[in-house]
Design a protein around this ligand. Structure first.
Ligand SMILES: [Zn+2]
Length: 89
């Protein structure tokens, strides 16, 4: 049976790819794919699975370690702040 362009195009109208899903990393708060290791800090399910620093050079290691520390400090600052704000109210 002849398949017209219309028929073909109607079938293919459902083939478009959707947007990529992202979730936040529980440790560093970066966007990551769900059910995958966080590329930034190498954790999965709050457990360190991958050594992110292993492949870097000494100079890059220093910078990355600093970055991760800053991100964690930022996160820890957020929580006590919320509690303090709530207790004031
Ligand atoms: Zn992370």
């Amino acid at each position: 049976m002849r398949h017209t362009k219309s028929h073909r195009n109607k079938r293919r109208s459902h083939h478009a790819l959707g947007p990529i899903a992202f979730s936040k990393c529980a440790k560093c708060g970066q966007d990551k794919r769900p059910h995958t290791i966080c590329e930034n800090c190498g954790t999965y399910n709050n457990r360190e699975v991958l050594d992110v620093l292993a492949k870097l050079t000494k100079k890059e290691k220093k910078q990355k370690a600093k970055e991760l520390k800053a991100q964690e400090a930022e996160k820890q600052e957020d929580k006590p702040m919320d509690a303090a704000v709530l207790s004031k109210k």
